[in-house]
Ligand binder design. Structure first.
Ligand code: GTP
Ligand code: MG
Length: 177
């Protein structure tokens, strides 16, 4: 068959936001050896992990980075290779929304990102939490409307149930092909 176009995606965001849970839902290895694993059975990522998943037209290689403070300095080493970004926010973590914004601003101002028209997909994750902020509120707090030189999109998601993820990935695929 036709070979799918290969795309490197960086999955970024604070620790505990749900990056690995999202990637696990998108990976085919939800089946076979891990068939008894539950979506909520994840452990914090150490450093980073490289994962793969496919859509109808693309073959994604995802750099699932650790969001812990001590590992965040690793992110920038992969910016050059990234052709798309998935940035995950815990919509229930109001206290750290300002920290998420700081990390996003640092990312957007980095020389390897700043002048590139790289698409950014935001997941306002954990929308199932009682006190979760809406995607609109999250985008206001992160000042996403200030991003003028890159295509971006925000989706509310519940990574444990797998809700909202397909809409985001469909958008990302449309940006790339
Ligand atoms: P690091 O690897 O440390 O950067 O964290 P991460 O962003 O990869 O987060 P991870 O996927 O490990 O998820 C952290 C915790 O949040 C886990 O206990 C998940 O089960 C939980 N979680 C992830 N997504 C959701 C969600 O949409 N709703 C709820 N309620 N919990 C979630
Ligand atoms: Mg992780």
């Amino acid at each position: 068959g036709l070979k799918k176009k290969e795309v490197n995606v960086l999955c970024l965001g604070l620790d505990n936001s749900g990056k690995t849970t999202i990637i696990n839902q998108l990976k085919p290895s939800n089946f076979s050896p891990h068939q008894f694993a539950q979506a909520q059975d994840v452990v914090p990522t150490i450093g980073f992990s490289i994962e793969k998943f496919k859509t109808s037209s693309l073959s994604f290689t995802v750099f699932d980075m650790s969001g812990q403070g001590r590992y965040r300095n690793l992110w920038e080493h992969y910016y050059k290779e990234g052709q798309a970004i998935i940035f995950v926010i815990d919509s229930g973590d109001k206290l750290r929304m300002v920290v998420a914004k700081e990390e996003l601003d640092t990312l957007l101002n980095h020389p390897d990102i700043k002048h590139r028209r790289i698409p950014i997909l935001f997941f306002a994750n954990k929308m199932d939490l009682r006190d979760a902020l809406s995607a609109v509120k999250v985008s206001q707090l992160l000042c996403l409307e200030n991003i003028k030189d890159k295509p971006w999109h925000i989706c509310a998601s519940d990574a444990v149930k797998g809700e909202g993820l397909q809409e985001g990935v469909d958008w990302l695929q449309d940006q790339i092909r």
